[in-house]
Every structure is written in structure tokens, then in C-alpha cells.
Design a protein around this ligand. Structure first.
Ligand SMILES: NC(=O)c1ccc[n+]([C@@H]2O[C@H](COP(=O)([O-])OP(=O)(O)OC[C@H]3O[C@@H](n4cnc5c(N)ncnc54)[C@H](O)[C@@H]3O)[C@@H](O)[C@H]2O)c1
Length: 401
């Protein structure tokens, strides 16, 4: 074990506040709590270390408690702009978790924190966006881990895409939580839909009724965002570069347009595609004066903020989550949360029940990997069907009874 310091967080004195958040989340996470109680008897993670990259917030903390009941020691980092510094403090002080993250951090800081959590020589990793996998397969100092890891999980769409398109994983099994229909439907469609609207409202305090809102990307997340914005009375225009998806949006009753046309009338624009540079200099130049721009995709790079910076003659922070950019023609563009996911940065992330289901999938998947590979092969693959069925049945038991 080669870690120089046991944790790196903003302020340990925030722990009491963080613990209260965790207590509220725990009271609403019966599936994860029940799995933790079962783990206490079976101890799947005895003498095992799990390195985790996932948003450091209250629901995640409840899940870490369940893994600890199964015997795990844990190091964790989060993502830029989404860490709850008080939850991080509670995790260090009350749970003994090695936390390496602060809310205000750059992507380079984040990568350094990923290396810190991997320095604990983990037996298992839980990834979100594939940065841990990327480091393990590409950094020579970390490459030996690929031969010793029992396996990994990957949480999100962007990570799943990167694992299959870029990273080339063949040394250990990675169970992709996002490949389950349970996660796609429950979290991405319903959870992200409501939490993104909540985040925009918290960040701006504006009325959505009557606004023209453009949603760029009509996948599992974007279709949920479009539906919830419509539910709040916005006129929603959908942009997607897949013809079948556009047809689907049209049949769902949305106006479908190309991005350039849509931006001329939009008062709000939300990106949720999983791809970089969706909004760039050409788009900022044609946007309507006063537009509010937010991202809900995994990486802030969906909105090309450096290009916006370059176009701007003036930039100032207004409310906590709003940056005002004034362009050469005096037009104003208001960027929320520096492009970080608006539901996590301005709000509390996805609703607690939704994450209870997703984190239960995570817990069961890690336990399956810890047991030994069984019929799992050394590639990215979906969570085994019996795990998905179990968790969905538990969710029905708690939610629909
Ligand atoms: N904020 C959150 O809490 C949260 C939760 C889950 C997933 N995510 C992230 O949200 C993003 C979207 O996930 P998803 O599950 O909806 O993905 P998805 O693959 O289901 O949908 C993405 C859609 O965007 C479209 N698209 C891609 N590039 C585009 C472009 N340049 N212009 C227009 N349309 C484009 C695709 O055709 C597709 O329909 C990912 O980055 C994912 O990791 C965020």
C-alpha cells in the first residue's frame, strides 16, 4: 500500500451536517440497507479493498455503509463540482473511509484523486465514467492492477461507451450497471428527468411554464428531461442526431428541430448526449439573448466552456450556480454550474429511491465479483440477470405495496 495520506477533503468539521444528510437518505433506502444487513452475515468483502469513483453524496454514503458491513475497506473519489463536502467529512470521520475529493476541483485534480484511491491496491473497483479503467489500462504504474483485480463495475452511459469504444478491457470482468433496463428506465428516465428540472429550478429560481426549452439528446436521460420539462409547462423542442430517435420524439408529441434553428427561440437549453462539444462557438453566436444553458450529461465538456470564454467580453458569477457571459454584441448567455451535471451540482442528484435501486445493483454486482468470476468473462458486460430481477422485485415490494 503506497498512499501518502489517508484522505484529502475540504473540511473535516463539516461532518455533523453531512451525517444528518446521510441519515435522511438512509431512512429512504430500504433495499440497500437490507442488502447491507445480509452482507453482515455473509461478509463477501472480508479482507478486500474497494476503490470507488462515484459522486460523493449522501446516497453513496449509505451504500458505502452496506459495503463496509460486508467487510470492505474503501477509498473513494467523486467528480468535479458534484461532491458534497459535508458528506465527504462524515465519511472520513464516522465511517473511516479514505475520501479524496472536494467540490471545487478541476478535472486534473480529479484524475490525481483517482490515482490516490487506486494506490490502496484495491481488489475491486467501482467506476463512473471509466476514468479508473482508463488509468489502469494506460498508466504503466497502474497497469499491474489489471492482473490482480477481481473485477469492476461501471455506473453510467458515458463510461460504458468509453469502455467499449476506447479503453479495450480484457483483463478482468466489468459489470455495467447502465446496461440493465432497470437502471436505464428507473434512474436515467425517471430519476434524471425529475432531478434535472429540480436542479435548474434551484439554480435559477425561474418559472418554467411558458419557456421554450431545448433538450439536446433524447436518449434515456433526455427523454425523461423533456417529459418533466413539459410537465412543468415548458414548450419543449427536442434535438437529436439519430433519425429514429427524432421520430420517436415527434411521436411522443415534441417539436423536433435541428440545433441551429432551435437555439434561435430557446430561453433554456439542456445538453444530455454523453458526447463532447455539443454546444460550441458557432452555437453561442446564434443563441437568443438571455438564454440559460445547462448540462446533464456526465462530462462538463458537452458545453465547450473555453469557447464561450473566448467569445465573451465580460464574465461574472451571479447567483451561486450561474455565470453570466456577455458577448461582443452585448448578448448574454447564462451558464449553470460551469457545465457540470446540473442535477448534482445545483441539487441533491437523483431522487433517493432511484439511487437505492441503482446502488443495490452496484452492491450485488460487487459481491458477485468478489465471490469469484464464475461464468463472468474478462470483458465489459451487463449485470447478471438474476441480480437485476432480485433488485427490481425488491423495489416493487417497497414502492408498490
Ligand atoms: N446527470 C445524471 O445524473 C446522469 C445520470 C445518468 C446518466 N447520465 C449521463 O447522461 C448522458 C446521456 O445518457 P443516456 O443514458 O441518455 O444516453 P443515450 O445513449 O440513451 O442517449 C444519448 C442521445 O444523445 C444523442 N446524441 C449524441 N450526440 C449528439 C449530438 N451531438 N447532438 C444531438 N444528439 C446527440 C444520441 O443520438 C442519443 O439519442 C451520458 O453522459 C450519461 O452518462 C447523467
Amino acid at each position: 500500500v503506497n498512499h501518502e495520506k489517508p484522505y484529502e477533503i475540504k473540511d473535516i468539521t463539516l461532518a455533523t451536517k453531512g451525517q444528518k444528510r446521510i441519515d435522511w437518505a438512509q431512512a429512504n433506502m430500504p433495499i440497500t440497507v437490507a442488502i447491507g444487513n445480509a452482507f453482515q452475515k455473509t461478509r463477501p468483502f472480508e479482507n478486500k479493498h474497494i476503490a470507488i469513483c462515484l459522486h460523493v453524496e449522501a446516497k453513496t454514503a449509505v451504500w458505502l455503509g452496506a459495503l463496509q458491513k460486508g467487510g470492505a475497506t474503501i477509498s473513494i473519489t467523486g467528480s468535479p463540482g458534484t461532491t458534497q463536502d459535508d458528506t465527504a467529512a462524515a465519511l472520513v470521520q464516522n465511517y473511516g473511509v479514505s475520501v479524496f475529493t472536494k467540490n471545487e476541483e478541476t478535472y486534473d485534480d480529479h484524475l490525481a484523486h483517482c490515482k490516490s484511491i487506486l494506490s490502496f491496491a484495491p481488489d475491486l473497483i467501482a467506476d463512473n465514467g471509466a476514468d479508473l479503467h482508463h488509468l489502469i489500462y494506460n498508466d504503466p504504474a497502474l497497469k499491474p492492477l489489471s492482473k490482480t483485480l477481481l473485477g469492476a463495475t461501471e455506473e453510467t452511459t458515458t463510461g460504458a461507451n468509453r469502455l467499449r469504444d476506447e479503453v479495450g478491457c480484457s483483463d478482468f470482468p466489468t459489470l455495467i450497471i447502465n446496461d440493465t433496463q432497470a437502471k436505464r428506465i428507473v434512474e436515467n428516465r425517471f430519476g434524471v428527468g425529475s432531478s434535472v428540472v429540480d436542479g435548474i429550478m434551484r439554480a435559477t429560481n425561474i418559472l418554467l411554464h411558458g419557456k421554450t426549452a431545448v433538450v439536446v439528446g433524447y436518449g434515456y436521460c433526455g427523454s425523461g428531461v423533456a417529459q418533466r420539462l413539459r410537465g412543468m409547462g415548458a414548450h419543449v423542442v427536442v434535438v437529436d442526431n439519430n433519425p429514429l430517435t427524432k421520430l420517436e420524439a415527434h411521436l411522443d408529441g415534441f417539436i423536433v428541430a435541428d440545433l441551429e434553428t432551435a437555439l434561435q427561440t430557446a430561453t433554456l437549453c439542456v445538453t444530455v448526449t454523453g458526447h463532447s462539444d455539443v454546444l460550441n462557438a458557432a452555437h453561442f453566436s446564434i443563441m437568443r439573448d438571455g438564454i440559460i444553458v445547462a448540462n446533464a450529461g456526465h462530462f462538463a465538456s458537452e458545453i465547450n466552456e473555453p469557447a464561450l470564454d473566448q467569445l465573451a467580453t465580460k464574465k461574472q458569477a451571479l447567483r451561486e450556480h450561474i455565470t453570466e457571459y456577455t458577448l461582443a454584441d452585448s448578448k448574454k448567455v447564462f451558464l449553470l454550474c460551469n457545465g457540470n451535471p446540473v442535477n448534482l451540482s445545483a441539487g441533491d442528484g437523483n431522487p433517493i429511491e432511484v439511487m437505492d435501486l441503482g446502488l443495490a445493483l452496484q452492491a450485488m454486482s460487487l459481491a458477485r465479483l468478489a465471490e469469484g468470476k464464475g461464468d463472468l468473462t474478462n470483458i465489459p458486460q451487463c449485470v447478471p440477470e438474476d441480480i437485476e430481477n432480485f433488485v427490481v422485485t425488491e423495489a416493487l415490494k417497497y414502492w408498490a405495496s
